[in-house]
Design a protein around this ligand. Sequence first.
Ligand code: CP
Length: 323
Amino acid sequence: LSVSQFERADIDRVFGVADTMGPYARREKVTRVLEGAILGNMFLEPSTRTRLSFGAAFNLLGGMVRETVGITASAMAKGESLYDTARVLSGYSDIICMRHPQAGSVAEFAAASRVPVINGGDGANEHPTQALLDLYTIRKELAGKGRALDDFRIAMIGDLKHGRTVHSLCKLLCLFEKVQLTFISPPELAMPDAVVEQLRAAGHQVTVTDQLEASIAHVDIVYSTRIQEERFASQEEANLYRGRFRLNREIFTRHCEPNTVIMHPLPRDSRAEANELDTDLNEHPSLAIFRQTDNGLLVRMALFAMLLGVEGDVDKYARPVRW
Ligand code: CP
């Protein structure tokens, strides 16, 4: 439900299991370890990668997926409560993934559920599995340079007020040591004070600024985010901030060290006036955004296997691929 439920040892365990999922994610092997199990995938806000990667991860472990997509497709559109919905859906499922527009809603749903619930994003609050896959990606990218998860520098850019992915990632980073964070945003969209204070209490160095180009020179990771227009009172208000902190090949080449890793939780806003991460970086080797989405499959497979207690049996139920 929240990254606050994780200790560092839990993260190491999840990442260790995720490391074993590669052959299954690449369809070099299949496993039936979750044969007969049902995932209730309930997404009441738009999603591409979280919903589809949860579904694909469950399928890759041999389980079935039942989806409810959009609030109008559920009886919540008729006023049904989270409590009743959870009682009903958990009777049809062995595990549930849920995304909902209200902060705290997934925890409320989980309290009434009879099966485990994974938070796929609750309003502007948290997106724990995105944070785990981001951290897993950072770990892999740093490992490629002979570095570890402690002692690195990251700049987070954009709508840091509403971005639930960066909120969750920062909370996870509190479990590590000597991380230097730079938050680059308009003052109105700054990282919440509570998150900044938590990081400082963990001993991390935090810089808050509205200067992009001067602040990305000496970092290992630049983590760009979208203006979360769905969290603003109006489209006009969101439009005030679009394109304010745009990262493109020219800015990256001029200001960043060449091996700086470029991350983004996606989706990025591809409208020409809005794109915070320009398509002219698409083929740049530093661009890790699609490595992030691939890693999401591994991390979500690991979470399913661990929550359902089968992480030790995945290979036991493996078969060769027949196609
Ligand atoms: N990163 C992320 O949550 O993407 P989706 O909204 O497509 O699931």
